[in-house]
Write a protein that binds this ligand. Structure first.
Ligand code: TEU
Length: 564
């Protein structure tokens, strides 16, 4: 712990394999496609690739429903192709981490099939099976063991007629939750993780890892969830044994390994205090985690479908709290986009006339913070939301469930489509746009999901040829982080906290100080006096600028070392 961990100056790139590059013509991206694009990623300068799940799966939630953890799904390629991908990644000096979905499995997993087969089966307690509520007949409305709603719609419990019990699923009914209270389940998971590590991968992104310990009393929740159900999250988020389990996992899988791996946890609903516990290096849990506060700012009391405009000042307040909160202990993951969020350019920026400016502004504000930045495929060329207008264009289980549930409850389908247009996860899942050709160079066949509406204008080929290239700007941000220790580990100080349109902060380490500022609006803003001096080291408007004024969505990074 004397010297900063290797990942403090690393940048991670998330690949959603299904939508990255197809080479077989079946319209679904594959491992060979990733290999084909490795030079592109190396050229960008990223250090680590994170692959969304490629394990065997019926793909009802695009691989976040695993039926066999020890196999690569044939839809993505062969075991040999996986090993080749890994060695090609390593040959380019990059690392590769894998998504690991261990809060739940697919209903197609052998263990769940055994668990389902009878109440006496040895695997019965690998999942959560419970009797109907007292006085109710199983399967009847209200008979569920408690009132928790599933995050993907409906009850969190599904009735199983043959064995006369319910099983728990926080996500869809095809994703039963594993019972982490079972020692057998935990040991099996650690063995599988060790097997992947021994195969040569460099770590994991652990899906929903703060959901693995549930309050074993399974109480009803007094908090409303989507109008009908109760919000069970207080009883399964950072549950009673979560830290014990994570520490045990770290000992079982990583204690005997050198420290060049990375474990990042996905922790919906984690607070700053919990994040500090999870990522304090002395506690030996996760290296860093994905928190959700900043991406939930446009959610109303009704959750993600109850949308309201984001006040960008709230974003700055939230980010500041996380920067301060993990300054002494712990570490932030920095992200604006992933496969579960709409495109941040469409959400927080201006994807019209100021597409270049706002894409590079958000990149600057994110990458100049303390923490490890994550880039989601396509954001480096300024990809925008999917623009779907018909329900048959959607593929995401969450979106389709929401459409079915809410229209069944009498909501106007047009309104639902409007909401999905802003909030659906499919906004981020349209194919990577490589060229202006048909299917955007993603496939020779028919893509599994429709293309983004602007692929002829927004694609890698065009961006690289443009005088104002978003990709090249990301390259510069990544290079700066590699070169300047102040960006990786320096102290963070928010400046002009109450300014309505300016996001400004300083970073400092020893004698070196940087000033970072961004104009979160489409109107010119005056630059405060203390940010007019210093040498411009990066900006999205070029060098010839008036130091007193920021243009629309303008961002600057200044070397302010030695200024009083
Ligand atoms: O997401 C878990 C999660 O808690 C949320 O991000 C959730 O996806 C979001 O609220 C839905 O809008 C992870 C994966 O990232 C996601 O793709 C999977 O669907 C989910 O787990 C289930 O494995």
């Amino acid at each position: 712990l004397s010297r900063p961990a290797w990942w403090t100056n690393a940048v991670v790139y998330q690949i959603y394999p299904r939508s990255f590059q197809d080479t077989t013509g079946d319209g679904i991206g594959d491992l060979t496609g990733i290999i084909r694009r490795l030079d592109y990623l190396q050229e960008l300068g990223v250090d680590v690739l994170w692959l969304s799940p490629i394990h065997q799966s019926p793909q009802r939630d695009n691989g976040y429903d695993i039926s066999n953890y020890w196999k690569v799904d044939a839809v993505f390629g062969t075991e040999e192709e996986f090993d080749r991908l890994l060695s090609e990644v390593h040959a380019r000096g990059m690392k590769m981490i894998m998504d690991l979905v261990i809060n739940h499995t697919s209903t197609d997993h052998e263990a769940f099939k055994r668990s389902m087969s009878s109440r006496d089966n040895i695997s019965r307690d690998s999942y959560y099976w419970r009797d109907p509520r007292l006085g109710f007949r199983g399967g009847d409305p209200g008979a569920e063991p408690n009132n928790w709603g599933s995050l993907f719609g409906g009850s969190a419990w599904t009735w199983h007629e043959p064995t006369q019990q319910y099983y728990l699923h926080i996500f869809s009914r095809h994703q039963p939750d594993l019972n982490w209270a079972s020692t057998r389940v935990r040991n099996r998971i650690y063995a599988m993780m060790n097997w992947w590590m021994d195969r040569g991968i460099d770590g994991f992104r652990m899906d929903a890892v703060n959901f693995i310990s549930k309050d074993q009393r399974f109480p009803d929740s007094m908090i409303q969830f989507g109008g009908v159900w109760g919000d069970g999250s207080p009883f399964f988020t950072s549950g009673p044994r979560v830290h014990e389990f994570v520490q045990e996992m770290m000992r079982a899988v990583f204690a005997h390994r050198s420290e060049d791996y990375l474990v990042v946890g996905e922790t919906t609903g984690a607070t700053v205090d919990e994040a500090r516990l999870f990522t304090d290096p002395y506690r030996n849990e996760l290296d860093m985690l994905f928190q959700f506060e900043h991406v939930n700012l446009d959610h109303g009391p009704g959750g993600k479908w109850d949308r309201r405009p984001v006040n960008l000042r709230d974003l700055k307040t939230s980010w500041n709290r996380w920067q301060r909160g993990l300054a002494e202990r712990g570490w932030n993951s920095l992200y604006l986009s992933n496969h579960d969020q709409p495109r941040h350019l469409s959400r927080y920026g201006n994807d019209g006339v100021f597409r270049y400016e706002s894409a590079t502004l958000w990149a600057t504000l994110l990458h100049m913070q303390r923490g490890t930045p994550f880039i989601y495929q396509g954001e480096e060329i300024g990809m925008t939301n999917a623009g779907f207008t018909r329900v048959d264009q959607y593929r995401d289980v969450e979106s389709l469930n929401y459409y079915a549930d809410s229209t069944a409850r009498g909501m106007d389908p047009e309104t639902v489509l409007e909401i999905l247009g802003h909030a659906s996860r499919d906004n981020a899942r349209t194919p990577m746009q490589w060229t202006p050709e048909p299917a955007a160079g993603f496939t020779d066949g028919v893509p599994w999901i429709g293309l983004g509406p602007r692929y002829r204008e927004i694609n890698v080929e065009q961006d690289l040829a443009a005088p104002q290239s978003i990709y090249r700007y990301y390259q510069q941000l990544i290079r700066l982080r590699h070169e300047l220790p102040v960006i990786a580990t320096g102290d963070f100080q928010l400046l002009h906290a109450h300014h309505p349109a300016l996001f400004a902060f300083s970073r400092s380490l020893g004698e070196i100080s940087l000033g970072v500022m961004g104009n979160l609006s489409g109107l010119e803003q005056a630059v405060p006096a203390d940010l007019q001096e210093g040498e411009l080291i990066l900006g999205n408007y070029g060098a010839e600028r008036r130091k007193e004024v920021l243009g629309p969505w303008e961002a600057r990074v200044l070397d302010i070392s030695g200024l009083p």
